[in-house]
Design a protein around this ligand. Structure first.
Ligand SMILES: C[S@@+](CC[C@H](N)C(=O)[O-])C[C@H]1O[C@@H](n2cnc3c(N)ncnc32)[C@H](O)[C@@H]1O
Length: 284
């Protein structure tokens, strides 16, 4: 059989380890749908990842062909499956105090502030980033300060985990000891091997679903800082530019926008200028 015929056979009938029918056309359709829905650009090499993740949804619906699943999805534009479909295609990799140099910078920026302090973690994933921000602010401004961290994400499952605030010790043990003692409670019994973020930290963080590419989102400005790290990498340039345009007026004049280590906004929007390593401030 020629390579093409082999591919055709595999696409139509599935291979030994592929029980579902997944054609190039289905992959292209998924790429178009998730781009329209979430702005996420899925690269061609993500085909296997898509098969495995969306495939679970196809099976869960009792179907054998991606095309049938996708038709159902498209026929019900406001149906609940859209949420599950979107959740499966997000990448939630994160960590406490990830890109550690940002946190002392945030602390120095806000040290001594008397009034309310508001920070937005846009693309908060499973919560490690907004909790790290809240811990930094509590250390810097004290327990009595008026601190609120808004933590949003498109992925509702990630947000559910974030709200729980329970993390494996293997992850929490990477945080320096004094912070660990102050901000976490170790589980025992059934919860051995896990630690929970203390209520005084959790009380400073509000989790809400928010799709950054949806036209209608609203948040309550002004913010002292916005963290949008390792989120824009999934978007194309035009989407990034549109989001930056919307971020700019939400920051205080001296506010800070924190980007991920591989993200650069300098050539995408003239609304921000670089202030330090992957940290921007609005141009007024
Ligand atoms: C790799 S995580 C980054 C988490 C955290 N900011 C960090 O740097 O560790 C990317 C997050 O962006 C979220 N995301 C992707 N597209 C989104 C969109 N259109 N609106 C809001 N969040 C989105 C994903 O659900 C995921 O949780």
């Amino acid at each position: 059989m020629s390579d093409n015929a082999e591919q055709y056979r595999a696409d139509v009938f599935g291979t030994a380890d592929r029980d579902l029918v997944f054609r190039d056309a289905d992959f292209d359709r998924i790429r178009a749908l998730i781009y329209r829905r979430a702005g996420i650009v899925l690269a061609a090499h993500k085909r296997d990842m898509v098969y495995s993740r969306v495939g679970r949804r196809v099976r869960q619906q009792g179907l054998a062909r991606f095309q049938d699943y996708l038709t159902r999805l498209e026929e019900d534009p406001s149906g609940p499956e859209w949420e599950a479909f979107t959740n499966t295609l997000t990448t939630n990799l994160t960590a406490f105090f990830r890109e550690a140099h940002h946190f002392p910078l945030l602390a120095e920026h806000l040290r001594g502030r008397g009034g309310p302090v508001r920070v937005w973690s846009a693309g908060a994933s499973t919560g490690e980033e907004p909790y790290s921000i809240a811990m930094t602010l509590l250390e810097t401004l004290g327990d009595r300060a008026d601190i609120q961290v808004l933590a949003t994400d498109i992925d509702t499952e990630a947000l559910d985990r974030a709200r729980l605030g329970v993390y494996p010790l293997a992850q929490v043990n990477k945080i320096e000891e004094s912070r660990r003692r102050r901000f976490f409670q170790r589980g025992s019994g059934r919860r051995a091997g896990f630690a929970r973020v203390r209520p005084e930290v959790a009380a400073r963080v509000r989790f809400e679903p928010l799709n950054l590419v949806a036209p209608g989102w609203r948040v309550e400005p002004p913010f002292d800082a916005i963290f949008c790290r390792n989120v824009m990498i999934y978007f194309d340039r035009d989407t990034q530019a549109r989001i930056l345009e919307r971020f700019a007026p939400l920051l205080k004049p001296d506010g800070l926008l924190f980007a991920g280590h591989s993200e650069s906004f300098s050539y995408i929007s003239d609304r921000f200028r670089l202030r330090g390593q992957t940290v921007y401030t609005p141009v007024r």
